[in-house]
Write a protein that binds this ligand. Structure first.
Ligand code: EPU
Length: 351
């Protein structure tokens, strides 16, 4: 267990905010974590407590007055192999893309569409990460957690995790109670590629398959990494936290108003991009709404809106203050609300 005080978080948030935590705790095994809480040492640490992964989906709004926990539980372990299915357990501190790479290298289908998402496996389980038609919940079967109430490790089934769009029990009723230790996935040896989202099929078809012309998990992974690299900023170069806003899900009547606006502006055949979200609701890409309000490529001081994907706010100079991001966020929310009557909600956690 590594405990440090007045700890810089600069390297622990992909937005690159130069802030610090009053205290920082890093642990490497479940036993270390359990022993720590059983000993009562947590009562001596500053509150509140916050558990982070790679800090790739959060915005520190200032110095953190409490204790930041981080897991360095890193392993990928084959549990069983039967009937073409391989069960694999992955430690919470394992880099998510390292797991995706491991699957591709072992010709196992599962997380290939989620390749390249910055972050760690524990945070992926909390956030139900998703990209290119696949979500974490589609491949996980159970999550092992430390339960701070009973001070023991327990297994939570996928159903009990109550996964939704970037949502789970870990962000709702059980917030602050569980710390993810590991996640178990079922991977397929003869799985099928999932190519229906956007340009994924075209990107895969542009690549040559293996020696037999087959599409492999590695091929899909390469296609996905290619799409990501062409549209999303690399956080190791330009600070960002991925999609800053959620894609709003609105009643059909509201979508019709947006569609009417777009037809009056671009002509009667114009189609607003949208997806049926069921029960009379429609999901509209926030990127489209933000672009319509003229923000794409916008720059102000140290911050900006990424020129290839306006859903991503960037720390353009590497020197941005949290307040600059927040001012830009508010301006975007107000302009989308004024024009479309839709209130964007941040996807990035504000700490
Ligand atoms: N669009 C525009 N202008 C743009 C970019 C996109 O109008 O400049 C419209 C297009 O109509 C496009 C649509 O937005 O078809 C969707 O764009 P994209 O495929 O890039 O996906 P997204 O909805 O903007 C979501 C996730 C991303 C994930 C991608 C791909 C959310 C909040 N974001 O973005 O996740 O990588 O789909 O699956 O759901 C993240 O969570 O941090 C993240 C990057």
């Amino acid at each position: 267990m590594n405990i440090s005080w007045n700890h810089s978080l600069l390297k622990e948030n992909t937005f690159g905010m130069d802030v610090s935590a009053a205290c920082h705790v890093d642990y490497s095994t479940p036993e270390e974590l359990t022993g720590f809480f059983a000993s009562g040492r947590q009562f001596d640490l500053p509150k509140p407590f916050l558990h982070i992964g790679k800090g790739s989906n959060l915005l520190f709004t200032g110095d953190f007055p409490g204790t930041v926990f981080h897991s360095s539980i890193k392993y990928i372990s084959r549990l069983s192999d039967a009937d073409g299915r391989v069960r694999v357990e992955v430690g919470a501190g394992t880099d998510w893309d390292e797991f995706c790479l491991w699957c591709a290298s072992n010709e196992l289908w599962g997380p290939e569409n989620l390749s390249g998402i910055p972050g760690e496996t524990g945070a992926a389980a909390v956030q139900n990460i998703g990209a290119y038609g696949v979500e974490f919940k589609d491949i996980v079967t159970e999550v092992h957690c430390f339960d701070a109430v009973t001070c023991s490790i327990r297994t939570i089934s996928k159903d009990d995790c109550r996964y939704g769009y970037r949502d789970s029990i870990f962000k709702q009723s059980a917030k602050g109670r569980y710390i993810v230790i590991s996640a178990v996935f079922v991977l397929e040896k003869d799985g099928l590629p999932r190519l229906e989202y956007g340009h994924v099929r075209a990107a895969v078809e542009n690549m040559s398959g293996d020696a037999h012309g087959r599409i492999t998990p590695g091929l899909v992974r390469s296609a996905i990494l290619g799409i990501r690299n062409s549209r999303l900023p690399d956080p190791s170069v330009t600070g960002n936290a991925g999609s800053f806003f959620k894609n709003p899900v609105v009643p059909r009547s509201m979508y019709e108003k947006v569609a009417n606006y777009a037809r009056s502006k671009y002509g009667p055949d114009y189609q607003v991009p949208h997806f049926d979200a069921g029960s009379g609701f429609i999901k509209i890409p926030a990127a489209w709404l933000i672009e319509q309000c003229g923000w794409k490529g916008y720059a102000e001081g140290n911050v900006g809106v990424y020129s290839k994907q306006p859903l991503v706010l960037i720390n353009a100079t590497g020197k941005a203050l949290p307040s600059e991001i927040i001012v830009l966020e508010k301006k975007i929310i107000v302009s989308v609300l004024d024009r479309f009557g839709i209130e964007l909600k941040p996807e990035v956690d504000h700490i």
